[in-house]
Every structure is written in C-alpha cells, then in structure tokens.
Design a protein around this ligand. Structure first.
Ligand code: ADP
Ligand code: ZN
Length: 723
C-alpha cells in the first residue's frame, strides 16, 4: 500500500503531496511520521492506494503511524482544496485548522483516572486490619470510588492490601476534562410563535443553502436556532453553533445542555489543552453531535452536518485577523455546501454585506419585526454631552443617566453601563462642538499617531498636522482620551454609595471561568450595576436589567473605518437590546457629542431598513465595500532594506496588472503602514481599492511569489484594522 502524505511544514516549497509505502491497515486521515530530507517529520495521510506512480526504489516507507483511527474526517481533504485556493495557504496550514494545535504537536493526551470498584465475594480480613475493614465497608456501600481518594481516606497500604486479596478491583478509565459549568437555564422547550414556525419552515424549504434571519433583539432567534438543531439531530445529523465571543458560550451551552444533554460539546481557544482534546474527541467519535464555540469551532470534526448556525453574524470576530486569514462565514458556507446542510446567519443588525446578498436573493431573508410577547423595544433617550459640558457637568454621567440609574436602583432592578475602548482614544474629537477630524479624500476619520505626532488616514495614507485647537469652534479640548471602566466605577460609587457594582473588561476577567463568575454573580442579582466593555454588549439575557447606559455613543462612530457607521448602529442596537427583556419595559440612555448624527437617529428609532438603505447608497456612491474591495498587501521584515526592495517588486507587479485593467483600480499606492514598526519588524504596504474581486487571485499570487523566509508578504481583504 502507498500513502499520499502532506508533510506538516508550513512552507510553499514543500506544499506538495509526497508518497510513502505503508502498512495495509493505514487509513486516510491518520497522521504519520515520515522520513523527509534527512529528518523525520509529521505528516497527514490524505489518501491511500494500491499502486504508486513512482518506481519502487524511490518510495520510502512511513516511519511511524500516529493515529489508530483517522484524526481527520474525509471532508477535510475537499475543504483543504477550497481553502488553499481561496486563501492561498499551503495545504499543511489548511489541514492544521481541523485539529487543536496541542493535539497535533503531541502535547496533550487522553487523561485517565483509577477507580476502586467493590467486588462481591468472601474475603478474610485479619482482626487487626481495621483500616482495611473500614475501607471495604465504605466501598461496599458506595460500589466504587476514585482510587486516590480512597487511599487518602484509609491509607494506600490498606487499599493495596484489599486489591491483592481481590476484595476490590482497580480500573483505569478515560475521563472527560471538558466538564463545564453552565449558567442556569430554564431549558424548557417553548411553543413556537407563528413567526418562529414560519422561519423554520422557510429555512427548510427555501431552496437556498444560506438563510439570513434579521430579527430584532428578543424576537426569539435563539429558539429558532435550537429548533433547527433539534430537527437535524432527529434526522441523525450533526450541527455547529457559532457565537461571536467566548464569553457567550456558557449561556448558550446551558441552553444546549438543557435540550441536548451531553450531545453538546464546546470548542474554543479559552479551553485548556486537555479540555479541548476531550471535547474534540467526543465530537470526532460521534458521542457529541453539536459543537458550540467561537470562530474556530467552524472546523469542528463533525461528519454529516445538517445545520450550521452563526449567531450575531455581523460580528467582526468571525474574520480571522492573523494567518490564516479566513472568514468563518465563508468556511461555514463551504461546509454547508459539502454536507448539503443549512447555514443560518442571524442578527438584529446584519452586516451590510450579508444584507445586500439577501436583498439580491442570494441568501434567503427571514425578517422578525417583533419581540416575543410583543414586548416593546426599550426607549432610547439621547443625552447631549456637549450641553452637559456647557452646564459645567464634568463627570462622565449626564443628568438623564444619573436620574434613570436612581430610578432603577430604587425599584430593585439592574443596570448595565457600557463603554467602548477599542481604538477610540486615538480619534481627534472636539468636546465642545463635536467636530471630528476627517480625511479630505476619503471621508473617514483620521487616527492620531503619537510616534510622529500627526494624523493619518488609514485608507489613502494622507498625513495631516495634529490640531492645536478645533477648526470649527476654536475650542481647545481636542484630543479626547475617553473614560476607562475604572473611572466610571469610581464615579458610580460616589454617586450611589450603596449600589453593588461589578466590572467586566480585559483586566477583571481571567481564567477559564472568568466570564462565568462575573456573569453568574450578575445573573444571581448579587450586583446592581454591571460596568463593562464590548464583552457585555452581545447576546446576554439578564431578565432584571431595565436600564442600559451607553457612555460614549460616538466611540465607534468616529473609528477610522469605512464601517464605523455600521459598527455604531450595530453596537447601539445590541447594547440597547440588553434592556427590558422580561417583565418591565426597559430604557436606554445614550450619551453622545453628536446627537444629530444620522446613524444615531436610525439607531434610536430601531430603523434597520432606513439605516441600511442610507448606508448602502453611501457605499455605492463612495465606492466602498461591498461595492469595492479594499485590499492591503503587507510587507514586513526585520530587515528594512529587504522589505523596501520587496515592496517595490510587489508594487511593480501590481502596476503591471493595472496597466492591463486600469478600470479595476479605484486607488493604488505603496507606503509605510500607519504603524511603521511592530516587534522590530518594519511594515510597508500596498494599499488598493478595487472595483471587484476579479484581481484577487492574482494579488495572492504576487504575495506568495514575493514572500520569503526573511520578508513576509500577505494579503488582507477588507481588513478590520488598517494600522
Ligand atoms: P433573540 O435571540 O432574538 O435576541 P431570544 O431567543 O433570546 O431572542 O428570546 C428572547 C426571550 O424570549 C427569551 O427569554 C426566550 O426565552 C423567550 N422566548 C423565545 N421564544 C419563545 C416562545 N416561543 N415562547 C415564549 N418565550 C419565548
Ligand atoms: Zn484618505
């Protein structure tokens, strides 16, 4: 027999299929060790055959077989080809995605535990063997227990003596480390509303692979997802459920566990190697049938997938920002097509890109306009922070938010205070009039770069001098540094000394149960106010929350990204959706320095369609995605000269492309990246805006051919971060 092997080396020069002779029992999907260029390396067997295309003396034997059962499922090989073609990565890199890295590198194994099991039968114990008698009595009552704890309680000598006499048997069993704590969930299967039934029907019979559920927060999307999964499980198929953030997995897992018990397994990067290994094995063996997790769970080792759910599909976390730069939605679509499965995308605020696809009929669109029980969406009150400053209020809290907080605390309800810190402090905003510095050519917000004390446009590279004062009103409070969670908490403590306040951000969350602990505390009503960053924005369902305060609604509005309007709309809708989910009506106070902004107006009116039409027209008119492709080719190296040389070659090759297809290029230039150096690596870029995706493959070609061990060249499509 011969095995076709891909060696586990992430390099384009060895990105080929090699052949080795192998034992007859070897199956495709197993991992092996093979001789390769004078050493032994790991490899993936992607196929086996009776004959070889090479002469017998040219084919070396496999050195060692690492898996008894195939670690990779057959689908991996098909998907590998699609992934390699789409993202132009070596085959080994594509295959690595399908397996936890600790497992691939052999750093984690199954865990076993020893148990002492009581055995019936007459055993003679000497009268002096008191400990043995006690241990045996205990074990007789229990039937079995952990060997180690029995030794701790009665002494190892006694336990061993009992084992020798045959009074107990020591059994070694595989244990599951992925035994997770979950938040309480009612777990009740609900009677679906007519709208939910119609959605289920439509997903099943629309004749399209992808359905997009656009449903307001609290419209019962989760119940639809669970019903879709239940339907597929009944059919003997499996499912993947993606959530945008690890912090959301406990809540979802509890719902899945309540409905599907041990059939649900969790997969995400926050697990320990052992936990991940065990959960992965449960999925691979078929014991578990539902994988839940963040982005990487899209690679769950499940066969016969019937449904893939992507909740909060607009979330940027579904695109990987580090190599390999894949989109989980694209991968999900590939897997859905391979398996003939349904892909369900859901959001209260679908991405413009997905909604355009739905509007064009490529996705099946399902719209849910009402909350369950027709509960009203929370009222959004706008607090104009410019006016607060003028009135002499120098705290972070508007009078409106203070007043509402007081009411909420008095009535015994809970409040969430939301802050967004990401990227904001580098935006230049006038606190007196709300003016924001923008690029003259691109109409996107400029970003302050302290290293050369200037403002930069991330889309065209234009530089502007740092402002001393506001060009609109002459005010001098121009560099806004934002407020941190800590400061908000301390201000809250002064305002409401008796309120119980907890904080959730990157500083306070640690360990695998970090999210769980804080959320559980809040869910158990052991705190009145939860202060946090984007971690608390998404998905959580706390029935007693009747007030949400959004500290700086402008935050992402002025983030230097063409999607900043979209992001702001999404964020406000998401955060507002945390308020008034059960019983009492909720309220939202939105603090802003630009209350007249159209995005905020659509958001406060919950007018997604209005927002979308406006944004869509704007994108079309200004030539931003999805009506163009922003593409950045990064060139980085510790050797600045080599990087510059490569940059020139890359640029030259693209110039050649442009000569042939000038109409395709809206913008093309080469430059330093806004941040010139990271970790001693010089960073250069070719930035372009293209009319369509038609050049993309050739751009990847250019990146691959110019990349070398000393100079890294890679492509980013519509990058979230252009710094
Ligand atoms: P979404 O995911 O759209 O924000 P959820 O699925 O969380 O909404 O539903 C909002 C609330 O309504 C939840 O508390 C959920 O338990 C409840 N709910 C959902 N569907 C039903 C139903 N058919 N009957 C009763 N309550 C429901
Ligand atoms: Zn610009």
């Amino acid at each position: 027999m011969f095995a076709q092997v891909i060696v586990d080396i992430a390099h384009s020069q060895v990105d080929k299929i090699f052949e080795y002779s192998c034992p007859d029992s070897l199956q495709a999907g197993c991992r092996v060790k093979v001789p390769f260029g004078g050493r032994t390396v790991d490899g993936f067997v992607i196929g086996v055959s009776q004959t070889s295309a090479y002469p017998a003396d040219k084919v070396k034997p496999v050195a060692q077989v690492l898996d008894e059962e195939p670690a990779l499922i057959a689908e991996c090989f098909t998907l590998m080809q699609s992934i390699c073609k789409r993202y132009r990565v070596p085959k080994a890199v594509a295959l690595r995605l399908f397996m936890p890295s600790e497992m691939r590198l052999g750093k984690v194994k199954e865990a076993f535990k020893r148990y002492a099991v009581y055995r019936n039968g007459e055993v003679k114990l000497s009268a002096s063997a008191k400990k043995q008698a006690e241990a045996l009595a205990y074990l007789k009552e229990q039937g079995e227990c952990e060997f180690a704890s029995l030794c701790t309680a009665y002494g190892r000598a006694a336990v061993n003596a009992l084992a020798e006499k045959g009074a107990l048997e020591i059994q070694t069993r595989k244990i599951n480390r992925g035994d997770f704590r979950v938040l309480p969930s009612d777990g009740q299967k609900k009677i679906l509303t007519p709208a939910q039934c119609a959605a289920l029907e439509s997903i099943e019979n629309c004749g399209k692979t992808v359905s997009l559920i656009h449903g307001v927060t609290g419209s019962g999307k989760t119940e639809i997802y669970l019903s879709v999964i239940a339907r597929e499980i009944l059919r003997g198929r499996t499912a993947i459920f993606l959530v945008p953030e690890i912090s959301l997995t406990p809540q979802m897992l509890s719902q899945l566990r309540a409905r599907f018990g041990g059939a649900a397994a969790i997969l995400h990067s926050g697990l320990s190697a052992g936990e991940k290994f065990d959960e992965w094995q449960r999925l691979r063996s078929g014991e578990a049938k539902i994988a839940i997790g963040a982005r990487s769970a899209v690679f769950a080792p499940l066969e016969n997938i019937g449904a893939i759910i992507i909740d909060e599909e607009h979330d940027s976390s579904y695109s990987s920002e580090s190599a390999p730069r894949y989109s989980a939605i694209e991968i999900a679509q590939m897997r859905a097509e391979y398996n003939g499965a349904k892909l369900v995308l859901g959001s209260a605020t679908p991405s413009v890109e997905s909604y355009v696809k739905a509007a064009e009929g490529r996705f099946n669109l399902i719209t849910l306009t009402e909350r369950i029980n027709k509960k009203p969406l929370p009222e959004i009150i706008i607090a104009d922070m410019r006016r607060e400053v003028k009135r002499g209020n120098n705290t972070s809290f508007s009078a409106a938010l203070r007043g509402e907080l007081e009411e909420t605390l008095k009535s015994g309800n809970q409040a969430i205070i939301f802050l967004n810190r990401r990227g904001y402090s580098r935006t230049v905003l006038c606190r007196d009039c709300g003016y924001v510095a923008k690029c003259e050519h691109c109409d996107v917000t400029l970003t302050y770069h302290s290293e050369d004390n200037c403002l930069k446009c991330h889309y065209c590279g234009a530089k502007y001098r740092m402002l001393e004062s506001c060009p609109e009103c002459g005010g001098r409070h121009v560099l806004y540094n934002g407020t941190g969670t800590q400061r908000v908490v301390s201000e809250l403590k002064t305002l409401f000394p008796s309120a119980r306040i907890i904080r959730m951000d990157n500083d306070t969350v640690s360990g695998k149960d970090g999210h769980y602990k804080i959320l559980k505390q809040f869910a158990d009503k052991k705190a009145d106010i939860l202060v946090g960053t984007q971690m608390i924005a998404k998905g959580h369902d706390f029935p007693a929350v009747t007030l949400v305060g959004i500290m700086d609604a402008d935050m992402s509005l002025h983030f230097s990204d063409y999607r900043s309007g979209e992001r702001t709309f999404q964020l406000i809708t998401q955060v507002a959706g945390r308020s008034g989910r059960a019983g009492e009506a909720g309220k939202v106070v939105l603090q802003t320095c630009s209350p007249e902004n159209y995005i905020l107006r659509y958001a406060t009116a919950y007018d997604y369609k209005g927002f979308f039409d406006n944004e869509n027209d704007l994108r079309r008119a200004t030539g931003f995605p999805p009506y163009s492709l922003i593409c950045r080719i990064m060139v980085t190296s510790e050797n600045g000269d080599a990087a510059l040389e490569t940059l020139k070659n890359v640029y030259f090759a693209i110039e050649e492309l442009r000569k042939r297809r000038p109409d395709e290029f809206i913008f093309l230039n080469k430059m330093h990246s806004p941040i010139k150096k990271i970790q001693n690596k010089m960073r250069y870029q070719v930035l372009m805006r293209l009319k369509s995706h038609s050049m993309l493959e050739r751009l990847y070609d250019i990146a691959v051919t110019n990349s070398s061990p000393s100079v890294l060249v890679y492509v980013e499509e519509n990058p979230v971060n252009l710094s």
